[in-house]
Design a protein around this ligand. Sequence first.
Ligand SMILES: *Cc1c(COP(=O)(O)O)cnc(C)c1O
Length: 369
Amino acid sequence: MMDSHFTAVRETRVKQPLIERFRAYLPVSDKTPVITLQEGDTPLLRASNLERHLARVAGRSLALEVHLKYEGTNPTGSFKDRGMTMAISKALEEGTRGVICASTGNTSASAAAYAARAGVPCFVVIPDGNIAMGKLAQAVMAGARVIAVRGNFDRALELVREAAEKRSITLVNSVNPYRIDGQKSASWEIVDSLGDAPDFHFIPVGNAGNITAHWLGYRDYLQRGKSGKLPRMMGFQAAGAAPLVDGAPVAAPKTLATAIKIGNPASWDGAIRARDESKGRICKVTDDEIIEAYKLLAGLEGVFAEPASAASVAGLLQLVSRGEMPREGVVVCTLTGHGLKDPERAIQSSLPPRVVEATLEALSGELQS
Ligand SMILES: *Cc1c(COP(=O)(O)O)cnc(C)c1O
């Protein structure tokens, strides 16, 4: 009696794996072993303080409704888990011998974790000296073989594409179509939460897999009658790594937002299609704008996202300040990864703690707000 009672209670509390929740929309079957860390189902937070800030920036009253899709709460701290649960499950179904990826950090953290859970070897190739410490820590802890190459991300991706083919191991970068399939789920969750698609979707763009996936996901849902409209896709690249805005690959991309420090996006065409078909835009934000948005998010909303993640909000601030956004509408900003990935950047962008004597008097002197 007791047992069945507790079982029933427990079952209602278990979070469903992404693949189970969206099984009907994903290329999986009974033969697909589901490798999951209970990814997805991330918070969609109404950002009322940010809305007030935007009105101040605009210098007029605004009726923009802004929501933050906080992907940092995924199991390894970024949206990459949505694609990785699919890529690793399908690799296992196909009898893989191992997986490989190039990474600015989050792909490797995710691949390493899901590969560990699947019991398959994982090789990750990173640009030497250019990945945040938290991400590297995750990959090594999960037992991935990490190889740092003296070159940038784009070169690392070229290398793993060749190596995967030569060695018959599975490539799990977003050129793997199952990654895109899994990442569509973020747009489905947004529509499920809001009851329809937003008017605008702001998103950081690096290798451009995620903007591609979101657009395809929104289109899927419209086609199935789950939504009544499509959003305009608003992509943001870092100014020093903005090949899609400049219209040509960038040989030496530069930005402190390492997760979007990419000069030749693999999903170039997907991003352009998302922009054009949705009547959206792909623009650039400077590192200063990224850091401003990064600090605003934590300070105004209590949401700590990594710098690259803040590119979406930096983009919204930029367009509002230039008077290029309508007065009203529903806006979703994707925050791609967790701020704890890169604590060094947070400390560098803030004032250090005040050091005082360990007395109540000294402490009281500091408590004037
Ligand atoms: C991977 C990543 C991006 C870029 O996503 P793309 O699909 O490569 O455009 C942005 N932010 C974070 C935190 C990421 O991990």
